[in-house]
Design a protein around this ligand. Sequence first.
Ligand SMILES: [Zn+2]
Ligand SMILES: [Zn+2]
Length: 341
Amino acid sequence: MFQLLAPTLTDGPFGDPGLLVDLKGEKRALLFDLGDLSRLPPRVLMRIDDIFVSHTHMDHFAGFDGWLRVVLGRKQRVVLTGGPGFVDQVEHKLRAYTWNVVQRYPVALQLDVRELRPDGRWQRACFSSRSGFAREDAEPPALPAGVLHDDALLRVRAAFVDHGMPCLAFAIDGKPRPRVAPDRLAALGVTRGAWLRELKAAVLAGAPAETPIRVRWRDRAGAHEALRMVGELAAAVLDVVPGERIGYVTDLRFSDDNRARLRALLAGVDRLVIESVFLDADRAHAERKNHLTARQAGCIARELGARIVVPMHFSSRYLARGDELRAELRAAHAAGPARSA
Ligand SMILES: [Zn+2]
Ligand SMILES: [Zn+2]
């Protein structure tokens, strides 16, 4: 089955946490967290149109400078979304450099920076290289509660979890996609062509059923053309495939409240990428650090009914023991009643 969302960790399980979600065939990607991005080649960084930052501890935000250095003068616009204080923090990063020549770059970069507060209010400002990244306050984005991004192919939602500070957990929901049913296409007596692409785009964009589509096709008898409507064509030749759902969850305490928030955000998720920082034997230490153990991460994955669970954010204290962290996570994901910390 065609999967639109191609997720990969940006820095391996022991590195800084981060998830790149490439959209196959779309030449664009989303990035969750700005830690060490040095493993991502510039052509990949250039595809990223939307960046989401869970919180601004250094391991999630220190990659901002390296990222900016690659896209500056080459890319036109990027949207960055984070939690409380984020707009000021991006501004402070930008203020740390001297921008006396950047106005002359042929390609101007605009950063559209959005900050979601725990009470649901937004703050937003834009920073353009044309004006030396001077802050221009902007209207809040027009998005439903809990939604950070919405386009024809996917939606990103978030909820705040407690990490001794507010931290965003993310849901990346691929939207249902139309797929051509070849047997029914043949039964209709038409062949593939540009009109099918047009039809799928119209369905994805939510076009009214009576929208006309000019169907052009060729067969042995020659070229044909017919005017049909989106609704009848879609019913005749398209199936709807549910979109994949991915969760990106880091950093947080193992508390009842956090677990309830994650259930509300991510129940039934297909793939859960989740921090598994410590072994459960070091649970007291994990609690002091406001992090999960691998066992706790596995419990959360099971509570959510996650089909696939991908651990990350391993503590460097277990450098040669990654397999133990993975085994503990897998065991908790597979069986046993959930346990409070
Ligand atoms: Zn943190
Ligand atoms: Zn962290």
